[in-house]
Design a binder for this molecule. Structure first.
Ligand code: 1GP
Length: 246
C-alpha cells in the first residue's frame, strides 16, 4: 500500500494523539518502562526528534518499534536526525520563518538519502507561534515565530503551506512553551485548510489536550509533560476517545 502512515493520519474516525520522544532522554531501561505505558494507553503515533539529538536515534527507533508496534515518525530538528529504521518522516518546512536552510537547503542535502530509504516522506508545513518564552526551535533555526495575536498571519501561512503541497500543517508553540497556541488561532487555521492539522507545544494536562481538539486540532503532540510525569500518558492519550470528530 502506498503512503500507509499518511492514510492512517487521514482516517477521520478519531482525533489522534502523538507522543514526542527525545532519544537523548532515554536509556534502554527507561524506554522499556515507557513502552509499557504506551501499550496501556491510546497513543496513535510516536514522533522522534529534538533540537539536539546526540546519537541514540537508530537504537531508540528500533527498540520502540519492537516494544510498541506503533508507527514511528521522524520529526527531525536537523540533518543528523535521519535514520531509515523509522516508518515515515515529517519533511518539515519551517514556513513561519524566512531561513532558506529550513525551507529548502536541508531538504536538498537530505533528498538523496530519503530517496534511497524506504521512509514514507510526508511534507509538512511547520508554523512556529511564540509561546512567550524563546523556544529551542526559534533559537536554533534563527527564525522569528508568529506573534500569538496574529491569527491572520498564521492562517495565511497555513493556507500558503497547503497550496505549496504540504500534506500536513503543524501549528506549534515550541517544546516546553509557557503559552500554548491560542484556541482561536487553531480554529481559524483549521477552518482554512483541508489537510490534517497537528497542534503541539506546552500542552500539560488532559484539559489542554481536550481544548486543542475542540478548537480544531486533528492530532496533538505532547512531549515535555510526559517526560516530567510519564503517568499522565494514559489519561492524556485517551482524551480523544471521548470526543466526536468535529
Ligand atoms: C514540540 O509540539 C511538541 O515540537 C511538543 O511540545 O514538549 O511542550 O509537549 P511539548
Amino acid at each position: 500500500m502506498k503512503d500507509p502512515v499518511y492514510k492512517m493520519i487521514l482516517n477521520t474516525k478519531a482525533k489522534k494523539f502523538v507522543l514526542l520522544i527525545d532519544p537523548d532522554k532515554h536509556d534502554e531501561a527507561s524506554l522499556k518502562n515507557l513502552a509499557g505505558l504506551i501499550r496501556a494507553s491510546a497513543v496513535d503515533f510516536i514522533f522522534i526528534g529534538g533540537s539536539l539529538v546526540s546519537g541514540r536515534l537508530d537504537k531508540t527507533v528500533v527498540k520502540l518499534k519492537e516494544l510498541t508496534q506503533i508507527p514511528v515518525l521522524l520529526f527531525p530538528g536537523n540533518l543528523l536526525q535521519l535514520t531509515d529504521k523509522a516508518d515515515a518522516i515529517l519533511l518539515l518546512s519551517l514556513i513561519s520563518g524566512r531561513n532558506p536552510d529550513y525551507l529548502i537547503g536541508n531538504h536538498v542535502l537530505a533528498a538523496p538519502f530519503l530517496k534511497k530509504s524506504n521512509l514514507e516522506v510526508i511534507p509538512t508545513g511547520y508554523i512556529l507561534v511564540s509561546g512567550e518564552n524563546q523556544s529551542s526551535v526559534e533559537y536554533i533555526s534563527n527564525t522569528k515565530p508568529i506573534p500569538p495575536d496574529k491569527t491572520d498571519i498564521a492562517t495565511a501561512t497555513a493556507i500558503a503551506g497547503e497550496m505549496l503541497g504540504n500534506r500536513l500543517i503543524y501549528l506549534e508553540a515550541g517544546s516546553g512553551a509557557c503559552k500554548r497556541v491560542p484556541a482561536g488561532m487553531i480554529t481559524a487555521v483549521k477552518n482554512n485548510i483541508s489537510v490534517p492539522l497537528i497542534v503541539g507545544g506546552g500542552l500539560r494536562t488532559p484539559e489542554d489536550v481536550r481544548e486543542a481538539y475542540l478548537s480544531g486540532a486533528d492530532m496533538v503532540v505532547v512531549g515535555t509533560a510526559i517526560e516530567n510525569n510519564p503517568d499522565l500518558l494514559v489519561e492524556m492519550s485517551r482524551v480523544s476517545n471521548h470526543i466526536t470528530f468535529i
